[in-house]
Design a protein around this ligand. Structure first.
Ligand code: G6P
Length: 491
């Protein structure tokens, strides 16, 4: 609470995101609450828990869909409420166009270098515009003041900042783009590039993870929109409105809530090894994320294959556990990834394993964060081999889970996190041999070296936690509100 009230006293906070922090599902007559696998949610939830306010998100669970009063808000988190969740309901047809179509078959592959061709369809764009309007209207409806602080999240809502600005000209709109911003040439593929950029330029602040992405954004604006760009002050002025464009590397809460109540590392090691049926002394590497083609899951399984081929002495002594939360499964690019990953795991297990030893365990299933943290704590190595990733909070969560200062992080150089976690073993996921050598080095790393590296990485994440991320944006927002007030007095 200190965070918001010291920086922006009296401000009202509204968050807009597609993914909701708590999904209510009906399971056998009971309501089961799930926390989704989403970097956005892991980062934002602790912030709003601390500040209070209203989170507006797509109602994605099965529990309230038909019955809820559509304007209803519920208090969350369950058991210790500190903010309100307002769900927006979307029909299947709207969801196909706005979420699966424009957002996840268009903008997601457009912004990530994963060599998946973006698809742009006029009908998807129309649904995207319609749903953006619905969320903007919800903000306008919920706002009790003329100048709320609205935190607009991600590529699902590029048009929302401008829509809010038109009705609430004095709002402080902080938009955060959680994925990379591509170069201007790549962005030019999008048939609605001008509208998307114009929508974002309704923001007071536009945040990206790295300066590199900010530079790409400036170049894109320069090419496609009439505006004045001031690189020195990191601003773009368009239609008489100034937007500050800056890098705010996102992070996680410290200490993470999922760490509370965790058994000691030794117990996690024993229990997890027992649960998956491997020897108490066996080495374990884990990969844990959504089943997404940007994450390099196939590439890391290939590195495991390479390791076992080059050094068969690992057979029987080493297991790789991949936990992949099902994600966007309706899209062909995701369902075919699932098939490919299962086939690859089967193939490797048949070549390197036997009835008693399966080197690759692929579990396609959602895990709650306490279970994820237990796996992190049980592991000798965590592999994050994204082909491209704005930040990647899994890497930071692994580091945060290791209060024993042990464990090795193998981290793709194509993640934003690699710029902060220099003590990880940094790899190019396209280079299978390099990755398998890093994996071998990780498995052999002496405890004192693990400790030195882990200690430094933990210091980094502790210091640059998510409260600092939010705090830096709010400080910039406060300065902008101050400037606005001075300008208003002067005119
Ligand atoms: C990425 C996006 C988030 C999204 C998350 C999970 O981290 O930046 O906006 O919530 O993936 O994806 P999903 O489509 O399941 O929300």
């Amino acid at each position: 609470q200190k965070l918001l009230h010291e920086i922006l006293p009296g401000a009202e906070v509204l968050i807009v995101s597609n993914r909701e922090p708590y999904i209510h599902n009906k399971e056998g007559g009971q309501i089961a609450i799930q926390t989704p696998a989403s970097g956005l949610v892991s980062a934002l939830e602790p912030v709003i828990r601390a500040c209070g306010g209203t989170w507006i998100a797509h109602g994605s669970g099965t529990a309230d869909r038909e019955t809820a009063n559509r304007e209803d808000k519920i208090d969350v988190p369950p058991g210790a409420p500190s903010y309100a969740l307002r769900r927006i309901w979307i029909s299947d047809e709207e969801q196909d166009g706005y979420y699966y179509g424009l957002a996840n078959e268009g903008l997601w592959p457009l912004c990530h270098i994963a060599f998946v061709r973006p698809q742009f369809r006029q009908s998807d764009w129309e649904q995207y515009r319609k749903i953006n309007r619905r969320f903007a209207d919800a903000v306008i409806h919920e706002a009790k003041t003329e100048d709320p602080v609205v935190l607009v999240q991600d590529y699902h809502f590029a048009l929302v900042p401008r829509m809010i600005r038109q009705s609430l000209p004095r709002a402080t709109i902080i938009t955060f783009w959680h994925i990379p911003w591509p170069n201007a040439e790549t962005f030019s593929i999008c048939p609605w590039k001008e509208e998307i950029i114009d929508g974002l330029l309704g923001s007071t602040i536009l945040g990206l993870h790295t300066q590199f992405h900010c530079n790409n954004f400036f170049e894109t604006v320069d090419r496609f929109v009439e505006s004045r760009i001031d690189r020195e002050h990191a601003t773009v002025t368009s239609k008489g409105h100034e937007t500050m464009v800056r890098a705010y590397p996102i992070s996680i809460e410290w200490p993470p809530a999922a760490l509370a109540g965790q058994p000691p590392v030794e117990r996690c090691r024993t229990e997890v090894r027992q649960a998956i049926g491997i020897a108490p002394t066996a080495k374990l590497a884990v990969g844990i994320e959504r089943l997404d083609y940007t994450k390099g899951i196939l590439d890391r399984i290939k590195a495991v294959d390479d390791l076992l081929t080059r050094d068969p002495s690992w057979k029987g002594r080493f297991t790789f556990l991949q936990v992949a939360a099902p994600s966007r499964g309706k899209l062909a690019s995701y369902s075919s990834l699932r098939e490919e990953a299962l086939a690859l795991a089967r193939d490797i297990n048949s070549r390197h394993g036997d009835a008693a030893y399966q080197p690759v365990r692929l579990v396609i299933q959602h895990h709650e964060s306490a279970e994820v943290f237990k796996l992190f704590r049980a592991a000798d190595v965590c592999i994050v081999s994204s082909l491209h990733d704005g930040m990647n909070l899994v890497a930071k969560e692994f580091v945060a889970s290791r209060d024993d200062e042990r464990g090795v992080l193998v981290l793709s150089s194509f993640t934003g996190a690699a710029r902060e976690l220099a003590e990880a073993l940094i790899v190019n996921p396209y280079n299978t041999q390099e990755m398998s050598s890093a994996l071998a080095a990780a498995l052999r790393m002496p405890p004192n070296e693990q400790q030195e590296r882990m200690r430094l990485m933990r210091q980094q994440v502790r210091e640059w936690n998510v409260y600092r991320w939010a705090g830096r944006m709010l400080i910039d927002a406060a300065a902008s509100r101050q400037r606005q007030r001075i300008l208003a007095i002067a005119s």
